[in-house]
Design a binder for this molecule. Structure first.
Ligand SMILES: Cc1cc2nc3c(=O)[nH]c(=O)nc-3n(C[C@H](O)[C@H](O)[C@H](O)COP(=O)(O)O)c2cc1C
Length: 189
């Protein structure tokens, strides 16, 4: 039965910048999601999806990305703060789908060099999530001073992040489970 198949909760790494610290964060979050029972995940690196830049929106869907969004019950966005906003490359990718996201859960992990853990980029993403039909959970991930949070091999230095991200993932699982139930069992009047 669909209801008993594992939840699929991919993690989207939302920057293609060379030497990005967000990659360490995305790898860590993906490992933590993968540890959860009855959950499948995959790290989606926006670098691996080449989209045309002379068009926008659903005309330039990438078939594999759309298939993964269709299959997803929820997702994590790992997003660095660039000038208090989100990378344009992430928005370019997200805009290529719509019905694939509707009534699915999303949790956002903000990443910043500064002290606020990407709170400003998270706030700026919320209206975008709503318009895409995604349901944002009330817990965020926040990696501030990210350059100090990992060593040169990408190993997490501050173990407190494990406990924090566990709470975030549990909430994402709860919301994804509820929304899957709703999509399968409750029709819109
Ligand atoms: C174009 C650009 C704009 C940035 N703007 C901010 C910012 O507004 N606030 C901040 O804390 N860090 C800012 N940063 C630093 C990033 O947060 C920092 O690079 C951090 O490591 C996360 O991004 P990364 O995954 O690209 O490394 C900016 C970096 C770039 C490349």
């Amino acid at each position: 039965m669909l209801e008993s198949t594992p939840l699929f909760l991919p993690v989207i790494l939302g920057t293609s910048r060379k030497n990005r610290f967000s990659e360490y964060v995305a790898r860590f979050v993906t490992e933590q999601v993968a540890k959860q029972p009855n959950v499948a995940t995959e790290l989606i690196d926006i670098r691996s999806i080449s989209l045309p830049t002379d068009d926008e929106g659903e005309n330039i869907k990438d078939a594999k990305f759309s298939e993964m969004m269709n299959r997803a019950d929820g997702m994590v966005l790992v997003v660095p703060e660039y000038n208090h906003g989100y990378p344009g490359s992430l928005k370019h990718l997200l805009d290529t789908n719509l019905k694939e996201y509707i009534h699915k859960a999303v949790g956002i992990v903000g990443v910043s060099a500064g002290p606020f853990g990407g709170t400003r980029v998270i706030q700026n993403l919320l209206p975008v999530m709503r318009e895409l039909g995604l349901v944002n959970i009330f817990w965020d991930g926040n990696f501030s001073s990210v350059q100090k949070a990992f060593d040169d091999n990408g190993t997490l230095l501050d173990r407190a992040y494990e406990r924090r991200i566990e709470k975030f993932i549990k909430e994402l699982i709860w919301m994804s489970t509820v929304l899957r139930y709703g999509r399968l069992n409750i029709s819109i009047q």
